[in-house]
Write a protein that binds this ligand. Structure first.
Ligand code: IMP
Ligand code: MG
Length: 178
């Protein structure tokens, strides 16, 4: 097993405080409305479950999964939908909940995919945004939890490195792989 050193970048307290702030705003926006909250697996599962439990509007839960990983080690620019949503989103308010936006390929793909089904509205919330300068694909993000300076690899609170670290209650930066 690899000995991987990490340092905490965003604490559990900071994450939970930010979620309450975002939820407050979403609760105002969707007051008396029904929203289909779509979580992107696997990375957003922790953020999604904390966020939706802070929502006071009517929420229907759905999930989808994408993959950017081709046969080579580098993530491919092509995004594949490996699991689609199950609910009919046409004419509905959609809240897309994503863990992290890096180059923007995943979010750009998902937003186009969802828009093809003619939702009434599409609101995107992302826990972490990596530096804007590395974004190659335009995607509209309505709520960003944390804009990080570092373009290093982040783990924890749903984010993984080779499926490790998802269970951590905080976000950490990978320091070194020994
Ligand atoms: P993008 O398509 O380049 O914006 O990458 C977005 C996807 O790549 C996210 O949904 C994550 O699954 C994954 N990803 C990007 N950066 C990181 C990271 O630092 N840690 C873990 N996963 C990441
Ligand atoms: Mg993701």
């Amino acid at each position: 097993m690899l000995d991987i050193k990490t340092t905490i970048l965003i604490t559990e307290e900071q994450i939970q405080k930010k979620i309450k702030e975002i939820a407050l705003s979403l609760n105002k926006k969707f007051k008396n409305e029904q929203v289909i909250a779509i979580g992107t697996l696997k990375g957003a599962f922790a953020f999604y479950s904390d966020l939706i439990r802070s929502l006071s509007c009517r929420v229907l839960c759905d999930f989808c999964e994408t993959s950017r990983y081709g046969k080579k080690k580098e993530p491919s620019k092509e995004v594949k939908l490996t699991m689609d949503t199950t609910l009919n989103i046409s004419g509905k308010h959609i809240l897309l909940v994503e863990d992290i936006v890096d180059q923007g390929y995943t979010l750009n793909f998902l937003q186009s995919h969802l828009k093809n089904h003619n939702p009434l509205s599409l609101t995107t919330v992302v826990l972490i945004a990596k530096p804007q300068k590395i974004r190659e694909r335009k995607c509209q993000v309505d709520y960003i939890g944390f804009e990080v300076e570092a373009s290093s690899f982040l783990v924890g609170y749903g984010l993984d490195y080779q499926e490790q670290f998802r269970h951590l209650p905080y976000i950490a930066e990978i320091q070194s792989l020994n």
